[in-house]
Design a protein around this ligand. Structure first.
Ligand code: GDP
Ligand code: MG
Ligand code: ZN
Length: 363
């Protein structure tokens, strides 16, 4: 009797960028060559390297070109070799209006993850895509110097970061983040290319800020909560064509919550460390309940509605910077608060973190 294939198909890969299945061929492999005149992709031939250790090391830094079999006009793109040979990739998409704080959140979160702050949970992270990581590291450096990050432009079809996350039992899973500028998300045309990553996402982070969700709690507030969140609506509409929308795990994140830091119940969560406590489904539930109540009290319908479209999800209050920006800089430096919680929740809900507690997170 034929057994169904176990794990990823070795000959075919699902491309997270164009969402075509394409034949995975490592002849040739490609490298990103950067010179004063510009950067380009160049084929490399490793067959002349007769030391297996050296060859493996070199290969780990190479890329495979996606053949984009549907020829849908997606610009030429390459995937790191680590896309193959590990478990099913976890693809996390950030969704939110422009300027809601997605890019700062992603940078703060991955900075702490790379630094080893989730080691109490047995998780270690390593960049698995040298070329994109160099770009991403520029953002990290800027962030650490207390400078405001540039708004997300260009490369709307591409992902922001590619990691391997290793778990205590020796498994590794590719972890891919898409961070799309809120405006591009809604731009029509391009055959819907901008938000297409949603169709391949295995988990989502919905991001919004206090200005649009709990404005009455801000000292300078004038309006009520926003009646609509077009980025959320577009994303959910787009996901519907997948059919399994309720099954996608989600983390709903109110970032820039430093603006609410003295307010109940945000103050309570801000005092707690986000990474060292043992993983507890009840802990996630308690925070979700508090944030839900806060949003409900302020009539933040768009966020509550998006949360209720999914079977499994958590709610969070976080701050990427810890303080407001002042003329493009953070005068006292940045101090992220609780940014690892949504990541940890999604890693539990996608099965990267295993165990009886992890399996109950978000239920
Ligand atoms: N107070 C505060 N401001 C933030 C925080 N994160 C981002 N911002 C500010 O919000 C603006 C938009 O942030 P950005 O990450 O570019 O939003 P994106 O368009 O959703 O990617 C920038 O001016 C940031 O300085 C935060 O945690 N706290
Ligand atoms: Mg951005
Ligand atoms: Zn592709």
């Amino acid at each position: 009797m034929n057994q169904p294939p176990v794990g990823p198909d070795p000959a075919r890969a699902l491309c997270p960028i164009c969402l075509d299945y394409f034949p995975w061929r490592e002849d040739p492999l490609y490298e990103r060559v950067v010179e004063a005149s510009g950067a380009r992709w160049e084929p490399v031939n490793l067959s002349g390297i007769n030391n297996a250790v050296k060859r493996a090391d070199r290969r780990a830094r190479c890329y495979v070109k996606c053949t984009n079999p549907s020829r849908d006009g997606t610009p030429e793109h390459y995937l790191p070799v680590s896309h193959r040979g590990h478990g099913e990739p976890v693809v996390i998409g950030l969704v939110g209006r422009g300027k809601s704080g997605k890019t700062h959140l992603l940078v703060a979160m991955l900075l702490e993850a790379l630094r080893g702050d989730l080691s109490a949970h047995g998780l270690s992270f390593e960049p698995a895509d040298e070329f994109r990581h160099l770009l991403f590291k520029q953002s990290i450096d800027q962030f650490l110097r207390g400078k405001k990050l540039d708004s997300t432009k260009d490369r709307v079809h591409d992902f922001a970061a590619y990691f391997l996350v290793r778990t205590p039992d020796g498994r590794a899973r590719p972890l891919i983040f898409f961070d799309v500028a809120g405006e591009d998300f809604m731009t029509p045309g391009l055959g819907g290319r901008n938000a297409r990553f949603l169709l391949g996402a295995t988990a989502l982070m919905f991001v919004d800020d206090p200005e649009h969700t709990v404005p009455a709690r801000r000292p300078d507030a004038i309006d009520g909560p926003a009646a609509q969140n077009d980025a959320f609506n577009t994303a959910v509409a787009r996901l519907r064509s997948r059919g399994d929308i309720r099954k996608v795990p989600v983390a709903v994140v109110i970032t820039k919550a430093d603006e609410l830091r003295y307010e109940h119940p945000v103050d309570r969560w801000f005092r707690r460390d986000d990474a060292s406590e043992p993983l507890s489904a009840a802990g996630f539930r308690a925070e979700s309940r508090d944030v839900f109540a806060l949003l409900h009290h302020h009539g933040a319908q768009p966020v509550l509605e998006v949360f209720e479209q999914f079977d499994r999800g958590t709610l969070h209050v976080v701050s990427a910077t810890g303080t407001p920006v002042d003329q493009g800089v953070y005068p006292r430096g940045v101090r992220p608060v609780r940014v690892l919680r949504p990541l940890l929740a999604l890693l539990a809900m996608t099965g990267v973190v295993e165990g009886p507690e992890a399996s109950e997170v978000g239920r």
